[in-house]
Write a protein that binds this ligand. Structure first.
Ligand SMILES: [Zn+2]
Length: 417
């Protein structure tokens, strides 16, 4: 999902076009004057019922973390039916299909993610109440997948030829401990050195994300000898040590700009109320829009663990309490300048379609190409969502076709030399 705060910039897209930026800022409106492109953009609205059907169909196939294969196979089959070339599944489970242009480059990737945060066995039947769809993952990111499919389907029926190539992708491992494994494989192996521009569709609304929030995630395990709560009183206690650490983490000071955050998300440990635990563990998520801030936060976080261990051992005159830190996720930070051509092109498309221009920052598949200095943005799906990452997730399809139109016109703009 795109997890980010709106940067709260509502820009008049005009007035930013100077010199070399001129072309990018005019791209959307210019392309829309082409009759074939106008027809294709209109089709994104008139075939919205098919997009919704695809959204539901894909979402009713489970895709738990690390088990996205069945949804991936369905996605590959549906991509083949649109007429794409070389539809395949790579070694990580990413699905890839190609619409060749007049030239292989630029190669634009349009992508959404297959995986959800929900475990195997989750009921994934989608309920439809008018414009409202209810089901786990229905917006995040089944709508993104359906948008990718819609763009492939509409272009498959269109006579539009693009100067560059458009590659359609569904990634695995975007969520949580998936740790961007899909998009990492895509750029390190499957399409290595072959992507010029990357667009991920993720999140609800019509925003544009070009700041990738970096994150680092830890699992910390505190250990001690354990014992009886009464009989062994005086023994170091891993839960107490973890409590000391959490209290310190809770007091860490972080800047609001660049936005920098911390969260102890899960804790566990112990066996009984009358036993001194032998083990306690927690999972911690640290994020920042800037790599240097993230490093600083990480250092201070690690210090809280060291301090807690020292304190707990000192409290009982012991050396038996230990803590182990395991990194369980790394999402590199990366960002573009607001006047980067891909951002300008996206703004021109918003303007051409009379959509507001709003920017967000987030943690998505785009983080990885951004960290490699490959132009990348994440665009929202259109429509409005609620309850993302909960079983009660909903997606309101009202005007969601605007997101499909935007994705379509944007890839056409980015497939220009
Ligand atoms: Zn997502």
């Amino acid at each position: 999902m795109r997890i980010g705060s709106l940067v709260a910039l509502l820009l008049a897209a005009s007035g930013l076009s100077v010199g070399a930026q001129q072309r990018a800022t005019e791209l959307g409106p210019t392309l829309l004057q082409n009759p074939s492109i106008r027809t294709a953009v209109d089709a994104a609205k008139t075939t919205e019922s098919e997009t919704i059907e695809d959204q539901i169909r894909l979402c009713e196939v489970e895709a738990p973390p690390f088990q996205e294969a069945r949804r991936g196979q369905l996605f590959a089959q549906m991509l083949r039916e649109t007429g794409l070339k070389n539809v395949r599944v790579d070694n990580e489970g990413n699905v890839i299909g190609v619409r060749p242009g007049l030239q292989p480059r630029p190669n634009v990737v349009l992508s959404a993610h297959l995986d959800t945060v929900f475990p195997k066995g989750t009921a994934v039947k989608v309920r439809r109440e008018g414009a409202l769809l209810r089901g786990p993952g229905i917006g995040d990111d089944c709508r993104g997948l359906a948008d990718v499919m819609a763009v492939a389907r509409i272009l498959g029926k269109s006579s539009i030829t693009t100067p560059g190539t458009i590659t359609f992708v569904a990634t695995v491992g975007e969520e949580g401990l998936g740790d961007l494994r899909g998009v990492k494989r895509l750029f390190n192996e499957t399409l290595k050195d072959g992507v010029d521009r990357f667009v991920s569709i993720d999140g609800d609304g019509v925003g544009i994300t070009y700041i990738g929030i970096g994150s680092i995630r830890y699992r910390v395990t505190f250990k001690g000898p354990g014992g009886h709560s009464f009989g062994s009183f005086g023994t170091v206690n891993p839960v107490h040590a973890m409590g000391r650490a959490i209290a310190r983490i809770g007091d860490l000071q972080v800047p609001s700009s660049p936005r920098t955050t911390f969260n102890v998300g899960r804790v566990g440990g112990g066996t009984a109320v009358n036993a001194i635990p032998a083990e306690a563990w927690m999972e911690v998520d640290l994020r920042s829009a800037e790599a240097a801030q993230l490093r600083s936060l990480e250092q201070r976080f690690r210090q809280t663990i060291d301090d807690a261990v020292v304190q707990e051992n000192a409290r009982w005159g012991s050396q038996q309490l230990t803590a182990t830190l395991d990194v369980v996720g790394v999402r590199p930070a990366g960002r573009l300048a607001p006047n980067a051509p891909i951002v300008q092109a996206a703004m021109s498309v918003q303007r051409a379609l009379n959509l507001p221009v709003s920017f967000a920052e987030g943690s998505t598949d785009s983080n990885y190409p951004l960290s490699l200095n490959i132009p990348a943005i994440t665009i929202d799906t259109g429509g409005t969502g609620s309850g993302v990452h909960t079983l009660g997730e909903t997606f309101n399809t009202t005007d969601a076709w605007k997101g499909t139109q935007r994705a379509l016109l944007l890839v056409l703009a980015l497939a220009q030399p």
